[in-house]
Write a protein that binds this ligand. Structure first.
Ligand SMILES: Nc1ncnc2c1ncn2[C@@H]1O[C@H](COP(=O)(O)OP(=O)(O)O)[C@@H](O)[C@H]1O
Ligand SMILES: [Mg+2]
Length: 505
């Protein structure tokens, strides 16, 4: 067989026994060139990955916070409330600008200042960073006691996306306690996952709107009806312009931008899964949006308060009784989680749970709304819906994106693609050129496409255009290239574009 006519192998999983079966059937001699071609393609993927891995490192301190500052509430100027959920209130904030001869003292925090612009004006007048580039989440503390240790233990899930030095204020010279905090994993930074850049405990202050918005969770010294403790946890992050829910309330993005947004959620979830973390509360309020210089929305997953990030258990949670917490957001709980019945030896596998939620969110992004909230039709229940009941996605969405969303919402997790494969499908579909993923794509063509993508990414970076959402996605794709996962995605696309589908595994 001519090596040039080699095809992307369909039905790639499980590769070894399948290949063995094929080899026996067709004869080893026939498969030899195919194997050599596959080896070459796999090695090209590895080489490309090696080149792009170091180029894909997020900046260490993107907000320019001074290395030894920001570990106490007094280091911040706090403005107006920007959000509130079930576990805390979030405020805009600023940190001191590089203090000329300041000697590390830094200005004092202003509490309860008037309007945002008044506060901002005062901040700038005192030499603080322009505007409010930061957001501070003040956790509500009803049950964690008032010691730092108790607070950090009880709220440890919120710290899963904390950066290496975020907790130095609490732990002194030790950037992160070895082995994680309270048996929890730490996430490496990723462009589609929030980064908590500082975390510390402090006395609860009276912030703007507190006595009106959340009087009951304040300590009794600040509010007569308050049952909160006097000390709590503060998390400092970048301040994002809006949540995904707010963004979508302004109108639906065009289908191509919508696909880019879904892709970013898949990349974020893939990053979590690879590190053995399940978010378990993905919804549009827990996704933040910013905009690149071209106006393209960049998405980050936030609010890890319900996550599963156990160093010992990984993504497999024992479920012996109903007392075990299965995570937040029951409407967007994947079928295998929502239908689990507790008992001895029962384990819930979360490895495909978040990716299912991305499928549901895709309906919010592309329209007509989330079927599991009853938007645009009767509400489906994730415990009992039939796949045929999923409403059609609107016509402008690309057929491959629609296919993919349908697959993400498969009830059986074994039939759902992983976040990585799903992301690869979108990468190939968005910029894989018409040829990639067509029936009978020759492997050399796939490799040639990867090389063109690599060259373009390097040139874009060199010309200083690498800061946009699309460039970042392409760079991340090349830095994480895995041949098997790429072929699995190409096989799915081949199948949807009309080639014979791989036999069911
Ligand atoms: N970094 C941020 N930048 C801008 N707004 C934020 C940020 N973090 C949170 N918010 C806003 O605050 C709300 C509550 O934050 P979240 O972390 O989800 O808290 P909770 O755990 O209480 O749900 C979010 O839905 C969003 O509106
Ligand atoms: Mg939230």
């Amino acid at each position: 067989m001519d090596a040039k006519s080699m095809r992307v192998p369909l039905g790639r999983l499980p590769p070894a026994p399948r290949r063995l079966g094929l080899a026996l059937g067709l004869g080893l001699a026939l498969l030899e060139p195919a194997a050599a071609e596959e080896r070459r393609a796999a090695s090209a993927c590895r080489d490309i990955q090696t080149i792009f891995l170091p180029r894909n490192k997020p900046p260490k301190d993107p907000l320019g916070l001074l290395a030894r500052r920001g570990f106490s509430l007094e280091d911040y100027f706090i403005g107006q409330s920007i959000g509130k959920g079930c576990s805390g209130a979030v405020y805009e904030a600023a940190a001191p600008a590089e203090p000329p001869g300041d000697g590390g003292r830094g200005p004092k925090r202003k509490e309860g200042a008037g309007g945002a612009s008044e506060a901002q004006g005062a901040a700038e007048a005192e030499g603080w960073k322009e505007g409010f580039p930061l957001a501070i989440k003040m956790m509500w503390n009803i049950s964690a006691g008032s010691t730092s240790e108790g607070i950090l233990t009880t709220m440890s899930q919120e710290l899963v996306p904390a950066s290496g030095r975020a907790l130095s204020g609490e732990f002194g010279a030790v950037a992160r306690p070895r082995g994680g905090l309270c048996g929890k994993k730490w996430l490496k930074p990723h462009p589609n996952v929030i980064q908590v850049i500082r975390a510390f405990t402090s006395q609860v202050p009276l912030l703007p709107g507190a006595t009106v918005d959340y009087p009951d969770v304040l300590p009794s010294s600040l509010s007569p009806s308050g049952i909160g403790h006097s000390r709590t946890l503060f998390l400092v992050m970048k301040n994002y312009p809006c949540t995904l829910r707010q963004f979508l309330s302004e109108g639906r993005p065009d289908p191509c931008v919508g696909a880019l947004m879904i892709l970013q959620l898949l990349e974020g979830v893939d990053h979590l899964v690879r590190q053995g973390v399940a978010h378990r509360d993905l919804k549009s309020d827990n996704i933040l949006v910013e905009f690149d210089p071209a106006g393209c929305p960049g998405l980050v997953i936030t609010d890890f308060g319900c996550c599963l990030a156990d160093q010992r258990l990984g993504l497999k949670l024992p479920f012996p009784s109903w007392y075990v917490d299965r995570g937040g957001n029951t409407c967007l709980m994947a079928p295998e989680v929502a239908t689990a019945v507790p008992g001895p030896g029962v384990v819930i596998d979360y490895s495909k749970a978040d990716v299912w939620a991305v499928g549901a969110l895709a309906y919010e992004i592309l329209g007509p709304g989330n079927p599991f909230y009853g938007q645009g039709g009767p509400a489906l229940d994730s415990r009992s819906y039939r796949e045929e009941e999923l409403p059609p996605l609107p016509a402008p969405a690309a057929p491959e994106v629609k296919e993919l969303v349908g697959r993400l919402l498969r009830r059986n997790p074994a039939k759902r693609p992983s976040a990585r494969v799903a992301a690869n499908v979108l990468h190939l579909s968005l910029w894989g050129e018409a040829a990639v993923g067509r029936p009978g794509l020759p492997l050399p063509q796939l490799v040639a496409w990867l090389l063109r993508q690599s060259a373009a990414a390097l040139m874009t970076e060199r010309l200083g255009g690498g800061r946009g959402v699309v460039s970042g996605l392409k760079r991340g794709f090349l830095a994480g290239l895995d041949y098997e996962e790429l072929c699995e995605a190409a096989a799915l696309l081949c199948c949807w574009r009309g080639a014979a589908c791989p036999a069911p595994q």
